[in-house]
Design a protein around this ligand. Structure first.
Ligand code: 3PG
Ligand code: MN
Ligand code: MN
Length: 546
């Protein structure tokens, strides 16, 4: 239970956390869609409200190093738990370095199964060093170990990134990886890339936004049904030439063949490792492998394989059953404390970010702590490339959020506006400016309602994205120029901090930041505003009450 705050009785109205996904802060204006956008509301807030900037990347959110950008998982975990845990990226790197990954039951079962049947070990996952969902070094370490453990045959199903890494970098990964595999093959070990495709075209759907993506992935990896190529390099070069301007995340699926036959279909008795550590985009394919009865699409053939995820992706639902590394044991979350205290909570977003304000927010659990106290609202997302609809569902989310707040039922609320991030990931600068303006408009509608209810808004973000729309040169920090002198579009997140704006027309507190506060400070801030002290394991809040 929470202890009462010594001096502050709590605000009367709702405490609303507004997460502007992907809206970080950079003092640079060139290539910064937030600086370029017309944002009268954000400008006014920054001019008139108490605010600070929070760390949202690197160690401040549990990533291995400060070179690692933030992402939605680690960002919402920190926001929703008030704590910083060593995250999947860190845990897997450590488990490989110490060898504990290979001593665990899951790895031994994967190996024993393939050895016993002389079958194939398949790896499926995001093929880059983005360290958001996966890291190619983890994949390489496992292949080396599989060979040392006596396996004969490995097949790798590569999901091309271009979203957490530069937008057309696939060959920078494929080339060295082919050399790496060729080296391992010298003494008869048979390891090859078997299939692949862009991560936004196959396999890595999330929150059941588009099962067709997963079905296409299944047909590609398992059934070997996609366009045929001799090699991944040939596939990527051909598909790029046929789709001018296409970026890696959208490349169509392909299957590698030899003598007209797919070299890597997945059969009964094979072993399969999904090597992403992050769960949102790994859950659906894991379900397709594991579930006996499966409704989302017709699998045509459901091979009986020994399947493992890099981590367990959903602790509540136990997906997948077998996993190589235990996920961070995120406990004592804000949601859990509020539920125990009898405080009502509203979580709302559109499909693309729905799990962010529920599953990630609650420490990667899909269930509620208390059915009657918690209301979760999902507004269905459009199924279009988001540069074509940069406003996404922000208006509908705002309509519903306003309606819900006016019922007076919710003491706390959290909302995620996806625009800055989802449109930022397309690399389309013009559309991203519209996306940011959309969020500004939503704030303009929402804040007066919160004010009238005598509530407070905490306006922040989970990491940057729209704040840097051009790749920056690592040495100079200036935008990289392409051959034509045009800056190179950047699709990934940034290392920038995010704003934290305390919107309270009654100005009941002042913002204090010792200088190094991160996203994990927001949970304590929330309970303080409700009139409670934060539990001891949380990082301290950002407000001092007058
Ligand atoms: O999954 C994605 O879309 C990107 O890899 C990361 O974006 P997110 O962390 O904002 O979801
Ligand atoms: Mn995000
Ligand atoms: Mn993102």
């Amino acid at each position: 239970m929470l202890k009462k705050h010594p001096t502050f009785p709590g605000v009367k109205g709702p405490v609303v956390t507004i997460i502007m996904d992907g809206i970080g802060y950079s003092p640079k204006t060139f290539g910064n869609a937030i600086a370029q956008a017309y944002t009268p509301t954000l400008d006014r807030l920054l001019a008139t409200c108490q605010h600070t900037f929070l760390k949202a990347h690197g160690k401040a959110v549990g990533m291995p190093s400060d070179e690692d950008m933030g992402n939605s998982e680690v960002g919402h975990n920190a926001l929703g738990s008030g704590q910083v845990y060593n995250q999947g990226a860190s845990l897997v790197a450590e488990a490989i370095a110490s060898g504990t990954l290979f001593q665990g039951a899951a790895w031994r079962e994967i190996i024993a199964n393939a050895r016993e049947h002389g079958s194939t070990l398949h790896f499926i996952g995001l093929f880059s060093d983005g360290n958001v969902h996966s890291h190619i070094d983890h994949l390489k370490a496992m292949i080396v170990r599989a060979k040392a453990d006596g396996l004969q045959r490995v097949r790798v199903h590569i999901l091309l990134d271009g979203r957490d890494v530069p937008e057309t970098s696939a060959l920078d990964y494929v080339g060295p990886f082919e050399t790496f595999l060729a080296e391992l093959r010298k003494d008869g070990f048979d390891a090859r890339i078997a299939s692949g495709g862009g991560r936004m075209s196959i396999t890595m759907d999330r929150y059941e936004a588009d099962w067709d993506m997963v079905e296409r992935g299944w047909r590609t990896h398992v059934l070997g049904e996609a366009r045929h190529f001799e090699s991944a390099t040939q596939a990527i070069e051909t598909l790029r030439a046929e789709h001018p301007g296409i970026i890696d995340q959208n490349l169509p699926p392909f299957v590698i063949v030899q003598d007209g036959e797919s070299i890597g279909r997945i059969f009964d008795k094979d072993s399969v490792i999904f090597f992403n550590f992050r769960g949102d985009r790994a859950i659906e394919m894991s379900r397709a492998f594991e579930e006996e009865e499966f409704a989302p699409f017709d699998r045509v053939r459901h091979p009986g394989v020994t399947y493992a995820g890099m981590l367990q992706y959903d602790g509540d639902l136990g997906i997948p059953r077998r996993y190589l590394v235990s996920p961070p044991a995120i406990r004592d979350t804000l949601g859990e404390y509020l539920a125990a205290e009898g405080i009502t909570q509203l979580a709302i977003s559109e499909t693309q970010k729905y799990g962010h304000v529920t599953y990630f927010w609650n420490g990667n659990r899909s269930g509620k702590f208390n059915e009657t106290l918690e209301t979760y609202v999902e507004i269905p997302s459009d199924k279009v490339p988001f540069e074509q609809r940069p406003w996404m569902k922000s208006a509908e989310i705002t309509d519903e959020l306003i309606r819900q707040l006016k019922t007076g039922k919710h003491r706390t609320a959290r909302v995620n506006y996806a625009n800055g991030d989802m449109v930022g990931h397309t690399g389309n600068y013009q559309a991203t400016i519209i996306a940011v303006e959309t969020v500004d408009l939503a704030l303009a509608r929402l804040l007066p309602v919160i004010d009238a209810l005598e509530g407070v808004a905490l306006i922040t973000a989970d990491h940057g994205n729209a704040d840097e729309m051009y790749e920056l040169d690592k040495k100079t920090g200036e935008p990289q120029q392409s051959v034509h002198g045009i800056p190179k579009a950047k699709t990934s997140h940034t290392l920038n901090p995010v704003p934290f704006i305390y919107y309270d027309s009654r100005r009941r507190a002042v913002v204090t930041n010792p200088g190094d506060a991160g996203l994990s400070a927001v949970a304590a801030t929330t309970v303080n505003l409700l009139g409670y002290q934060a539990p001891g394991m949380w990082d301290r809040g950002l407000l001092e009450f007058r």
